[in-house]
Design a protein around this ligand. Structure first.
Ligand SMILES: *Cc1c(COP(=O)(O)O)cnc(C)c1O
Length: 340
């Protein structure tokens, strides 16, 4: 079976760059949802703790419980079950869901400032505060999410302006309803790097920490290094002659007059490597895929015992016409992960 290596120096390098931007390690909330973007939830939680990261963001209550001992603060983005835990905060994504949280639950209110996916509408703010008060929930923060922070357009600016209004109104409402002082956050990785002078209470950083953020050239941020590499081992080798075709459908055809060695390696889409990578895919060392990715097998023009399949998910993503997030989160949880 293929395996994953996680480069600790690269991860710490990325966290250094992020902490420099947030101006404090305490303002980094590391996004660990979806098995830490395929890197391995416990592996990345361990490294994050070692670095000094105190906050984490996950999707579900189950994920939060798994990393409970590593962090001081955990935000659950979307789960309708709650588990009792001092460290966990739950997101209110819809005004109608407020009544479903048990009394005394720590909550954060998500406001829709333009993405129109989750969160209450901006004009529901007062009604939401009232419902939170009636439900006796502990409101700690108000936050939002940008839809286009990774694009070189004005979108980030108007959404930030909308959130500014939300902040002002929330501060007034918090006083009115007798809530304690609220925290505010809006930035994912790309949004954090749009600020020239970041002044929020934390940033929810995922892809930048994993070293695979992609921004247009005009917004380029230097020196992030990918954390995850995928490796595979040879199962068998054969010589193919001109005209021999390899794999399902025979999509690869040996064209050379000379004999060429094709080896088959122990990974495929069953391990979560995208099948959309096909003929034409090349590894970082220039080794060419021959034919299709099968479930547990993939053949390359190579005689090596071990190959590096990719070490930058952005490159694999460009072959598969997708984004690094999908390449990474597709990797199955049962692949061995080794910190190097
Ligand atoms: C996934 C997610 C993030 C992290 O986004 P990146 O682009 O990986 O930094 C932040 N906030 C919310 C609400 C998310 O769902």
């Amino acid at each position: 079976m293929a395996y994953i290596t996680l480069n600790k120096n690269n991860f710490f390098n990325n966290l250094d760059i992020i902490a420099n931007r947030t101006k404090s390690v305490d303002k980094i909330a590391l996004v660990l949802k979806d098995n830490a973007y395929g890197h391995g939830l416990l592996e990345m939680a361990t490294l994050a703790k070692e670095y000094g990261v105190k906050k984490a963001v996950v999707r579900t209550c189950k994920e939060a419980q798994k990393v409970e001992s590593f962090f001081e603060y955990i935000l659950v983005l979307a789960d309708n079950t709650t588990c009792e835990n001092e460290k966990i905060r739950y997101t209110i994504n819809d005004i109608k869901s407020i009544k479903e949280f048990p009394k005394g639950t720590k909550v954060e209110l998500k406001v829709d400032t333009g993405m129109h996916r989750n969160g209450i509408a901006m004009d529901e703010l007062e009604a939401a505060f009232l419902k939170i008060k009636e439900a006796e929930l502990l409101l700690e923060a108000v936050f939002t999410h940008h839809r286009s922070a990774d694009e070189f357009t004005s979108e980030w600016f108007w959404q930030r302006e909308n959130f500014k209004k939300v902040k002002e109104k929330s501060r007034v409402l918090a006083k009115e309803f007798g809530f304690s002082e609220l925290r505010f956050h809006s930035s994912n990785s790309a949004a954090l790097f749009r600020w020239t002078n970041f002044d929020e209470d934390m940033a929810r950083v995922g892809i930048a920490a994993y070293g695979c953020m992609k921004l247009p050239n005009a917004l380029h941020v230097e020196k992030f290094k990918p954390v995850l590499s995928l490796w595979a081992n040879r199962i068998s080798s054969r010589e193919v002659k001109q005209g021999h075709r390899v794999g399902y459908g025979g999509d690869f055809e040996a064209k050379e007059e000379c004999v060429c060695v094709i080896s088959n390696y122990n990974f495929g889409y069953g391990d979560g490597f995208l099948r959309a990578c096909a003929n034409g895919y090349k590894t970082p060392h220039g080794i060419e895929l021959s034919g299709r990715i099968s479930m547990d097998n993939s053949s390359f023009v190579s005689d090596k015992d071990e190959i590096l399949v990719f070490n930058d998910a952005r490159e694999a993503a460009s072959y598969a016409k997708t984004i690094s997030y999908e390449v990474l989160t597709s990797l199955k949880a049962d692949l061995n992960r080794e910190i190097v």
